[in-house]
Design a protein around this ligand. Structure first.
Ligand code: PAF
Length: 281
């Protein structure tokens, strides 16, 4: 396994793999890898002849006051995990390699980015679209792998690929949960024991919503109210949003119908957590 922060070197290695007829699988990450990331890595490994994982904590997608500085970083541990999976290449660029001093070009998606998390994290998806565009241009993968936990990110990146004519497949894989059903996230390590117990209400509230829909409830407001009640019964939880939306355009659905996404963002203590579920009515 090669670890490199050089764009030129990475391009050369990938060119050689392509000349050998290998398909290129790409898993973009910010490191601090957990089983959620590893499920993407394993799938890429299964489907592609040459697999690259990027590890880059992208400053452009963090807002002022967010956790860019303290975001967990652990290259040695990440490297070990990826070596065990037989990954071919880790792209680990420094900040000034991706964003040199005079950097001035950004990529912005104009419809989906202002919904859900976008209402609260101004500029976040512009940062994500910019870095992912750069990574796609450097690596030119055949397939790129993302998790459903960041569902909004995944649909925005699908749109980016289609609107900017990238020739690659975007694969979205299911959320991986811990034994207690908390969705895996690098930010879970910020939670105290008590906060973690409160955080379990996120998934319980999604399951509650699903069961209400299965029982015939069709009023989104009623469902959201029941979810809020459950989450707010936990003292350390503060809801940022709970939304029931169309799975494609992310528009709010007042009435439950068809296949829909229930998505939420909740602060548990100082940690912002997101989770979601897709339900068919
Ligand atoms: O999902 C993430 O970890 C990041 O948003 C991504 C896609 C690696 C871009 O920095």
């Amino acid at each position: 396994m090669i670890v490199s922060g050089s764009i030129d070197k990475v391009r050369k290695i990938i060119k050689k793999a392509k000349q050998q007829g290998k398909t290129i699988g790409f898993v973009p990450t910010m490191g601090s890898l957990h089983c959620g990331h590893m499920s993407l890595v394993k799938r890429a490994k299964k489907e592609c002849g040459f697999v690259i994982v990027s590890i880059f904590v992208n400053p452009a997608q963090f807002g002022p006051g967010e956790d860019f500085k303290c975001y967990p970083r652990n290259l040695d541990k990440d490297e070990n995990l990826l070596r065990q999976e037989g990954i071919d290449l880790i792209f680990y660029p420094k900040d000034d390699v991706m964003y040199p001093r005079d950097y001035s070009v950004y990529v912005e998606e104009g419809q989906l980015s202002s919904k859900l998390c976008g209402q609260f994290r101004s500029g976040h998806f512009k940062g994500v679209c910019t870095v992912v565009t750069k990574l796609f241009n450097i690596i030119v993968p055949d397939s790129a792998y993302f998790g459903q936990k960041d569902y909004q990110q995944a649909v925005i990146l699908k749109r980016l690929v289609s609107d900017l004519n990238f020739s690659l497949k975007v694969r979205i894989l299911p959320i991986i949960r811990d034994k207690d059903k908390l969705a895996l996230s690098s930010r879970n390590r910020y939670l105290s024991e008590i906060e973690r117990q409160s955080a379990l209400s996120l998934y319980s509230s999604l399951l509650l919503a699903k069961s209400l829909i299965k029982k015939g409830q069709r009023d989104s407001n009623e469902i959201i109210a029941a979810m809020k009640k459950l989450i707010l019964s936990k003292k350390t939880a503060k809801i940022e949003y709970i939304k029931i939306v169309d799975i494609q355009n992310l528009n709010n659905l007042d009435k439950i119908k068809g296949k829909l996404l229930i998505a939420l963002a909740v602060y548990v203590g100082r940690t912002r957590l997101i989770d979601n579920i897709i339900v068919s009515a």
